[in-house]
Design a protein around this ligand. Sequence first.
Ligand code: F6P
Length: 550
Amino acid sequence: MNADGRTRLNRTPAWTALAEHREELGEVRLRELFAADPGRGTGYTLRVGDLYVDYSKHLVTDETLRLLRELAAATDVFGLRDAMFRGERINTTEDRAVLHTALRAPRDAVIEVDGENVVPGVHAVLDRMSDFAGRVRSGEWTGHTGKRIKNVVNIGIGGSDLGPAMAYEVLRGFTDRDLTVRFVSNVDGADLHEAVRDLDAAETLFIIASKTFTTIETITNATSARAWLLTELKAGQEAVARHFVALSTNAGKVSDFGIDTANMFEFWDWVGGRYSYDSAIGLSLMIAIGPDRFREMLDGFHLVDEHFRTAPAESNVPLLLGLLGVWYGNFHDAQSHAVLPYSHYLAKFTAYLQQLDMESNGKSVDRDGNPVEWQTGPVVWGTPGTNGQHAYHQLIHQGTKLIPADFIGFAEPVAELSDGLKAQHDLLMANFFAQTQALAFGKTPDEVRAEGVAEDLVPHKTFRGNHPTTTILAKALTPSVLGQLIALYEHKVFVQGAVWNIDSFDQWGVELGKVLAKRVEPALTEGAEVPGLDASTKALVATYRELRGR
Ligand code: F6P
């Protein structure tokens, strides 16, 4: 039993019914499902905003989908969804509301946290960001020496880096090409070194992005960046104001660091780090693409928020994608989920989703603190096609693991490309369609034989097929479409966390490593004795010191 008196997930009738259904289905053959239902290729599709979502190549029948929706009903996914949209404190272990959806709500919306409407505050910050971004873009905001800002360096990590860094790459075709925008996250000094080594400090703006403003990597890099700036400019502390702005919830720490809080763009504790790039954390992106494009992106997010909030279960795309993940993770023992965008601009998309999904649903106790007796979040991985085809697709096609995959593609190439390069787009997309076709339908031994292949090679050239994929197709990769895609994945992750009865909004698991790193550092630098250090780590630290000549 859960604390609220509900039966534990894996003992609910809805769960048991799915387990029995899985037994009955045995090995589902996609060739047979398609042969039995000629309408499957169009019938098993949904649209949300600009996204066309094809889920026909999944190992599911109408009955599977019905039973999965029953599981969603039994676990009250929509009840938790409504509580989230209402601003209730559904992040129970941190006692916080979860309101990233308020970041893209229209100006006249009313969303209350503790009786206060948060929407005017959201738009006030967006307006300040727009004003600032406009001043940087126009050259009105200058550096300490009066030079125009030509370089923007965002310093942040995790949710304060991955979102803007990803979106900047995705929307490169919409950016001001006269601006150099870079992202520094790693405490490895090489990251900052490479980011600033060819920049003129007088033309460089640092954006220090940290929700807490206590994250060791970010504060260390920000401190080094400040030292670099002051050395390069041969200036004192007074130069900081024109070259450093902060994005944070923590005004006290921002001002302790020496940044004027007039140059701080705030957000709130009800925005999780990995759900924050549409908040002030997106300032670097806004400077790059301009406020209008940024707002188009927010509108894209909002469109999918509204769909998730209002669409019935049968046509609710985030619900469907979440439930399909449950089907594979819990009833087919799939361990991972591949996200394979067929767009060079989406190179950082899957890395961004890794934090969104794995930091959210990498949990092994339920909301009441009981160990879960079911699998939770998958390993999320993938890189853009067609590159992956020449690297790891072999394992997806013919390996022993079941790896459900999302294929994301676009009908049009990015507008900026030359006509010659645009012509390559059809070849890219031919690969995109060919992959999901091969994964689903494979090649039978008889088909291989019919090609005259020698009998001893037939098993090697046979493709079993039945590898499930979702295809997401849109006309073009625009700011709005990016917002739609991210909101789709945010809500998919939400659905899965709700079904698994875990808190998708905390991240206690990253704390231990941080604490231990602080404890071990004096051993590296000063050879200090660290009480309770295990024998392996002790020997490694000693070897490290020896190699460093200490
Ligand atoms: O890795 C843990 C984490 O707290 C993430 O959730 C967060 O996105 C990241 O660190 C950075 O945190 P902050 O924005 O407070 O610097």
